[in-house]
Design a protein around this ligand. Structure first.
Ligand code: ADP
Length: 164
């Protein structure tokens, strides 16, 4: 049986921390679907298409990783894909409370789907999309924080935001 996992997130923008989790998950599961959530109530900097493009490029070295967007309930989406696992990345203790709550709610909704937590690499444990957005909007250098393929897309999105 092939074990399929979903790695869901907002990915606004994808960071080196996300890329690290994608690589780790690709080694653990037969198939990984990186899933960009569309129904976030945050006003995103990157469009869904920009995030899909960036994640596809990050995932291109792994032939068992695909990238999609989804809306609606995560567990329903996971079931529709035949996925039994939801992968989430954990940085510091600060992530735990939130992730634990979401995992418990998802289990209540769908007991057959389990959440799996992967620890990020040491060097990315401080990194978040919100920090990257903040620095990028202030024209700071984020080249060590996001994969190269994300930089151009991020710069385009920042220019659009600052113009508008
Ligand atoms: P969400 O809005 O669903 O939290 P994010 O894009 O912020 O979406 O994060 C998606 C997942 O990636 C979450 O599980 C988050 O903990 C994880 N993540 C975010 N940044 C990092 C990082 N630097 N290292 C490892 N995992 C991370």
């Amino acid at each position: 049986m092939r074990v399929v996992a979903i790695y869901p997130g907002t990915f606004d923008p994808p960071t080196k921390g996300h890329a690290d989790i994608i690589e780790r998950a690709s080694k653990l599961f037969d198939n990984v679907i990186v899933a960009v959530g569309k129904n976030s109530n945050k006003a995103p900097l990157l469009t869904v298409d920009e995030r899909l493009q960036a994640l596809s490029s990050i995932s291109s070295p792994y032939d068992n990783v695909t990238v999609e967007s989804f809306d609606g309930l995560l567990v329903e989406y996971a079931k529709s894909k035949g996925a039994k696992s939801i992968v989430r990345g954990l940085r510091a203790v600060a992530d735990f409370d939130y992730e634990f709550q979401i995992a418990m709610v998802n289990r209540k909704l769908e007991p057959e789907v389990d959440s799996v937590f992967l620890m990020t690499s040491w060097e990315y444990s401080f990194l978040s999309s919100s920090v990257v957005r903040e620095i990028a909007l202030l024209k700071g250098d984020v080249s060590t924080m996001v994969p190269d393929q994300v930089l151009t897309i991020l710069e385009g999105a920042v220019a659009r935001r600052l113009k508008g």
